[in-house]
Design a protein around this ligand. Structure first.
Ligand SMILES: Nc1ncnc2c1ncn2[C@@H]1O[C@H](COP(=O)(O)OP(=O)(O)OP(=O)(O)O)[C@@H](O)[C@H]1O
Length: 121
């Protein structure tokens, strides 16, 4: 494969991914809420002057929640596409996928509590 087409393809893929990211932020209510929470937590980070380690943990938690939420949205779309009717198997798949978001959200909330509870102490 010629070098140019490899780089052209990579750039095109980044374009598709950016398109998907903006599509998620524009159309999915849960990602919109998570984005607002991410902005508030970032503001809190500056206000309380959290340490570099706390920033790393906070950014990691935000990225993980929003990333898994994106994958969950994709799974929901595939489920609706392959089975538009009620189907207990589809219900189970969607519940498991939502459960994955719940796991990372609980962990992210605990990280937030560990960072900010001492600031109020
Ligand atoms: N086709 C289906 N068959 C059976 N149960 C379903 C089906 N679609 C959805 N469900 C059930 O309803 C729940 C909600 O599904 P839905 O696709 O509306 O997800 P949601 O979490 O509300 O998504 P969104 O993030 O788009 O609001 C699922 O977790 C599942 O329990």
């Amino acid at each position: 494969m010629p070098k140019e087409s490899f780089f052209k393809n990579r750039i095109r893929s980044i374009g598709y991914a950016l398109k998907g990211m903006f599509l998620l932020l524009r159309t999915e209510a849960s990602i919109k809420i998570q984005f607002v929470i991410a902005l508030l937590m970032t503001a809190a980070g500056f206000y309380f002057e959290i340490s570099a380690f706390e920033w790393i943990m906070q950014l990691f938690a935000i990225g993980l929640v929003m990333g898994i939420e994106g994958v969950n949205t994709a799974i929901e779309k595939i489920a609706d596409y392959i089975q538009p009717d009620q189907d207990p198997k589809i219900g189970l798949i969607k519940d498991i996928s939502a459960g994955a978001v719940m796991i990372v959200s609980i962990v992210a909330s605990i990280i937030g509590l560990i960072i900010y509870i001492p600031k109020f102490g």
